[in-house]
Design a protein. Structure first.
Length: 312
């Protein structure tokens, strides 16, 4: 007869924590050190979990603790639960910090090169009492930082389509060609890729909404041929250009931060634009100080574009 209702085998949170630690650490002693408890305590909880489940989770094989097939099968779900528990702890810690004079900021790597640091520096000159926590994250992690309250505000290239999130558009950007000045000394205000026919085009893959723009608007019209270099991040593409590996199409913010005696950029002949957004939780409206910082970000983006963008 199959177990039903209250008789179903189960693991409580302490079982999950200990099982996860032993599985990852590979021994009772290492798991005990990781959990800051005694070895007998770990052994007792593990034995209790096995009793509840009705099958062993580990066996000693040649003196080493080895997970059973059942343990391997359980670990996938346990690891997911454990990750959520850790996320809950992190959310709780961040909620306890509180304080309207602190802004947790999550930005894309391309905006972490210049836009965000410059805005933070400008803002702190006028508001020295406001503290910041700044982290650079990829697209798939930026929104998670908001959900887990690791950040109060995120800056990204895509307006979220989620009922829990709200956004403010703070600017626009363009895809541009980043190249060594010697390749095109007298560049016009806007260029086509044909002007760089003798140079390798460093291709982008992934990279979120701007990468999708690149794929849909640029790749179709680029010259055919095998892709010699493919990257996922814009600053890596910029570094390759600096070292003479070819030319790259990147966002204008990355290009601007890489301008120098050897490097220049131009917007594409046929403009490819994208938005820049500040994103926050709908049920956690921005404080006055956060709104003021958003305005600083917006003004800085506009000022930098007016001062440095050729052809825009």
């Amino acid at each position: 007869m199959e177990p039903t209702g209250a008789n179903l085998p189960s693991m409580n949170l302490r079982h999950i924590e200990v099982f996860h630690a032993v599985y990852r650490a590979g021994s009772i002693s290492a798991a005990a050190r990781a959990l800051y408890v005694s070895q007998p305590s770990v052994s007792k909880v593990l034995k209790h979990a096995e009793g509840r489940l009705g099958f062993p989770l580990f066996r000693l094989v040649k003196g080493r603790l080895t997970p059973t097939e059942e343990a391997h099968a359980l670990f996938r779900d346990v690891d997911e639960i454990y990750t959520k528990i850790e996320s809950l702890k992190e959310t709780t810690r961040n909620l306890l910090k509180g304080g309207s004079a602190h802004i947790g900021l999550a930005v894309l790597p391309s905006l972490g090169l210049g836009v965000a640091p410059r805005a933070v520096a400008l803002f702190r000159k006028k508001n020295p009492g406001v503290t910041f926590g700044l982290q650079t994250l990829h697209d798939e992690d930026v929104l998670r930082a908001l959900y887990e309250r690791k950040a109060d505000l995120a800056v990204a290239y895509d307006a979220p389509r989620h009922p829990r999130l709200a956004h403010i558009r703070i600017g626009t950007g363009e895809l541009v060609v980043l190249y060594r000045r010697e390749y095109l000394p007298d560049a016009p205000p806007r260029v086509s890729l044909d002007r760089f026919a003798g140079h390798e085009l460093i291709s982008l893959t992934g990279s979120g909404p701007v990468g999708a723009l690149y794929a849909s608007e640029v790749v179709q019209g680029k010259r055919s041929g095998p892709e010699g270099i493919v990257v996922q991040t814009y600053y890596v593409a910029a570094a390759l250009v600096r070292h003479g590996a070819g030319v790259a199409i990147v966002d204008e913010f990355t290009a601007r931060e890489n301008l120098g005696p050897d490097l220049d950029f131009r917007p594409l002949e046929h403009p490819v634009n994208f938005g820049v957004y500040c994103i926050y939780l709908e049920d956690r409206p921005l404080s006055k100080i956060a709104k003021a910082f958003v305005n600083t970000l917006k003004a800085d983006i506009q000022d930098q574009q007016q001062a440095h963008n050729p052809g825009l």
